[in-house]
Each structure stands twice: as C-alpha cells, then as structure tokens.
Ligand binder design. Structure first.
Ligand code: CAO
Length: 479
C-alpha cells in the first residue's frame, strides 16, 4: 500500500514537474515575442475596427524618390499611414510632374497617381543650406527612400556612413536597375528591367518578337518589393535598435515575378513543356523557355477566347481555364458531353496535345455570349474565367470604387482625377488616400513643425536659395 502511495506521489510529482516545465516552456515562448514587439505587448485595443489609427502611424519617411519605382513604394507606405515627406528639386520637382501632361500648367496624372498622401518640400540638395536641412531631416526620419541613378545619393554627401552617423536608426532603402555586378552602374527604366529580368523573352507569341507588358513589373513591381523590405527592416529595428540598407534591383524584382518561367527553363531538361500549346502543335522546343502566347503559366490550361461583339470591340474576349475538376461541366456547357468519356479528351494528359482544338471548340460557344454572360454562366458552374476588362470598364466599375481600389480625389489645379488606392486591405488600418501635393506645398510647415526652424530662420533659408528655384526654371516647370 505504502509503495503504491509512494508510486502515486512520485507520479504526481513528475506530473507537477512536467506541468511546471510546460509553464516555463510557454513563458519561454512568450518572452521573445514580447521582446520583438518592443518590450511589452500592448493590451488588445478596445476601439472599433478601423478606429485605432493606421498601421504605419508614427513612421516618418524622407522620400527622395522620383519617376515611378520609388514613388510607388512611398505612396503605399503613405496609404498605410506613414508621414511621407517628398524632397524635390526647387522649381522643377519630380520630372514626372511635367511628363505626359493632359492639363496645361497642372501636375500630370503620371505624377499625381504616384504621389498621393505625401507632403512635398523643395530642397536643393547641393546647396550648403540645403544640405543642412537634409541632415536635420535625416535625424528626424525613420526611413530614407531613393531611386536615383547609382552614385547620385553619395554625390549629394548622403552616404550610408554619413546618414548612420546622424541617425543610427535610419533605414536607407534604394531601388537600382541592377544589383552588384557588371551592370550595377547602369540607369534603368521600366522596359529595360522587363527585358533584363526575363519577362520580355517569355512574353508574346512564339512567332513574334519579345514583348513588354502593360503592367509595370519593373517599376511598380520593384516599388512593392521595396515596401516589404522597408517594413521588415522597421520590424527588425525594434529588436536591434539600428537601421540598415534595403536594396531592390529592378532586374531581381522582375525575375521574382517571372519565376515560373525560370521553373520552366529547368523543366526543359526533362523534356517538352507539355502544357504549352506549342507541344500540342508538334513544334519542338529550343534551349530556352519559349514565349507562350496566352497559355496559362500553371498546370491548368487556359487561353483567351473571342466573345460576342469581338469584331468591333477590341476587348470582347474572355480568359477561359479548362480546370480539370470542372471538365465535365465544361463539356456539357459547350455541347460536347461525349468528351467526358472519350479517351482522347477525358483526362488532362489526353487533352494536352489537343488544346488548340479544344479551345477553338469552346470559342464557338463563347462567341455566342458577351464576356459578362460567359462570366456569369461559368462562375455558377465553378469554371474559372475572366473577362478582358478595358481601362474604361475598370474606371467605371462600381465595385472597385466601393472597395477603395479606384478612388476619385480632388486637386486644386487639375480638378478631380482617378487614382489607384491601396490594393492591400488591412481590416484595422483603412487606407489614407489623399491627392498629391503641389511642388513645395508643405515646405514651410515641414521646416517649422517637423524640423523646428523659427520664422526668422525660415526667412533666412528662403533668401539663401536652398529651397527656391531660380526664376527661369520655375517658369519652365509651370509651362
Ligand atoms: N536638388 C539638387 N539636385 C538633385 C535633387 C535635388 N533636390 N534631386 C535630384 N538631384 C540631382 C541628383 O543629385 C543627380 O545629380 P548628379 O547626377 O549630378 O549627381 C541628378 O539630379 C539626376 O539624378 P538621376 O541621375 O537619378 O536622374 P536621371 O533623370 O538622369 O535618371 C533614372 C533617371 C530613373 C534613369 C535613374 O534615376 C535611375 O536609374 N534610377 C534607378 C533605377 C530606377 O528607379 N529606375 C526606375 C525609374 S521609373 O521608370
């Protein structure tokens, strides 16, 4: 009995020890998480969703970006709540203010659609007083974002070492055309990146030249990558207390988006790419991933098919995917129920050499319907299809307005314009989509409120020429 009691006691002790270990273990898991969040975890907010501020409240960005890639990044951060201070050359500003103008004297849509929700300050970064103002900005900002040509930031005196001496917490984020290597000193624009990143060689039809896409994979795509890098560096800074460099090369960004084509390059070693319609047409593959027209990039074959009205409307088309699980529904829909059991059509591998014929047959059906009819009929049957939407249709689409993906904002010199809001929806951080700033619109308030200059000092800065342009360039910029 005593022995049993002893054994039971020992058992209880072991269990107690075990559960104590469990508690310790849990604590051990909790600690680093609390540390990562800055020492102590706040209690969950009791405020209603969407009323607890914005995700990046309190983050201040020194935005030295221009054209498209960098501005895409900083606009997203601004939508997320960061205070983005765009530094522009006095009298001229971001070159896109004057590019592709549709309203004389007003900032172009190129500029306004990439610089919403930001503040603008003009500073001549090569003027001694301008350098002093920039140094103050460096001290007060969390992130510097730039996409100048290689070496330009250093030539302004803003080397990483200089920045870090002033503000060790500063994150310095850059877009460049290429990473370290033979092309690192090259200037790069969108289409150069699409070509160097592997997108152009794999886009277009097999019997045509390489093609660039309308989606700005090199510029906007790299800006997106950079934004992720910045937010990650901000998160790491909570633990380390120091900033770091973040670099996104446009070539790398495009390749990341075109990675399925590098996948196919490697698959070529194992034989022909059977999901490419070229395979079904009996055309041999070469040494590199070929252009695949409108073939789907995945394992479910797809193609663009004509719809009712295609003769007059260049966008009366639909993308149709013959997803395997709904093959039976497709056969019934297009009046080919016998294909469900015909060994030439019943299985995905059997269909691969016949894709052209299959899509031609489906097209006979889609041509009797509008693209929206096809969408409605097919979606009810779970068949994945997508109408080819024109930009006009997108601009007028009520659901995109309702979600804030397309937003109309007012502008003092050009009037109302449409912009793309935040495509990333956070349930507790509604996007802050405001119009783009006029050139230097916030110079005074940033000098006084952010940098602490007195009225007298601001007057001196104005006469120094550090924030104002010579008369000639200001007039040219307004033309
Ligand atoms: N005050 C004074 N000078 C300023 C200034 C300011 N506020 N802002 C910029 N400048 C100066 C720079 O210091 C630079 O001068 P230096 O060459 O004498 O040092 C000069 O303006 C021009 O900068 P840049 O070389 O970056 O501009 P660019 O128009 O010649 O080239 C681009 C544009 C995009 C090809 C180049 O910036 C680049 O390759 N950037 C990296 C890749 C990239 O982002 N490309 C995407 C662009 S969107 O298609």
């Amino acid at each position: 009995m005593a022995t049993r009691k002893k054994a039971a006691k020992a058992k209880t002790k072991t269990a107690a020890k075990k559960s104590a270990r469990k508690v310790v273990k849990l604590k051990a898991v909790k600690k680093p998480a609390a540390k990562a969040a800055g020492g102590s975890l706040p209690r969950p907010s009791s405020k209603p969703w969407g009323q607890s501020g914005r995700a990046l409240d309190g983050v201040r960005i020194l935005d030295f970006t221009h054209v498209q890639s960098g501005p895409t990044c900083t606009q997203l951060l601004a939508y997320m709540g960061a205070d983005v201070i765009k530094v522009e050359r006095p009298g001229v500003g971001d070159i896109t203010r004057g590019q592709l103008r549709d309203v004389i004297g007003a900032d172009s849509l190129y500029f306004t659609m990439l610089n919403g929700s930001k503040r603008s300050i003009t500073i001549d970064s090569k003027h001694p007083k301008g350098k002093e103002i920039l140094d103050r900005l460096v001290k007060t900002c969390d992130v510097l974002v730039e996409n100048f040509a290689p070496g330009a930031l250093d030539r302004m005196g803003l080397t990483f070492e200089h920045i870090h001496k002033l503000n060790p917490r500063m994150i310095v984020a850059s877009v460049k055309g290429f990473g370290p290597g033979p092309y690192e000193d090259c200037k790069v624009y969108e289409n150069v990146a699409q070509c160097a990143g592997g997108s152009a060689s794999t886009t277009g039809f097999r019997d045509g030249p390489p093609l660039v896409t309308g989606a700005q994979l090199g510029d906007s795509g790299t800006g997106l990558h950079l934004a992720l890098g910045i937010v990650s560096a901000l998160f790491q800074r909570i633990r380390t207390g120091r900033g770091q460099k973040v670099l996104c090369a446009m070539q790398d960004g495009v390749l990341n988006l075109a990675r399925v084509k590098l996948r196919d390059q490697q698959r070529l070693k194992a034989g022909p790419l059977t999901e490419y319609s070229q395979y079904g047409e009996g055309i041999p593959f070469g040494k590199a991933t070929p252009r695949a027209g409108n073939d789907s990039g995945g394992g479910q074959p797809g193609w663009i098919l004509k719809c009712k009205g295609w003769e007059d409307d260049p966008d009366a088309y639909v993308y149709f995917i013959t997803q395997a699980p709904v093959w039976g529904a497709i056969c019934d829909l297009i009046g080919k129920p016998e294909w469900k059991t015909d060994p030439d059509y019943a299985t995905p591998p059997a269909r691969l050499p016949r894709l052209r014929h299959i899509f031609d047959t489906i097209e006979q059906w889609t041509m009797t319907k509008t693209k929206f009819d096809v969408m409605e009929i097919c979606n009810k049957l779970d068949i994945p299809v997508g109408p080819i939407l024109s930009m006009k249709e997108i601009a007028e689409e009520p659901s995109l307005r309702a979600t804030g993906t397309v937003v109309e904002v007012d502008h003092p010199t050009r009037g109302a314009y449409l912009t793309v809001g935040n495509p990333i929806k956070l349930s507790d951080s509604p996007a802050d989509v405001r119009r783009s700033p006029l050139l230097g619109e916030h110079t005074d308030e940033i000098l006084s409120d952010v940098l602490g200059y007195s009225a007298k000092e601001i007057a001196e800065i104005k006469t120094s020429g550090a924030i104002t342009a010579p008369e000639k360039s200001a007039k040219a910029a307004a033309a």
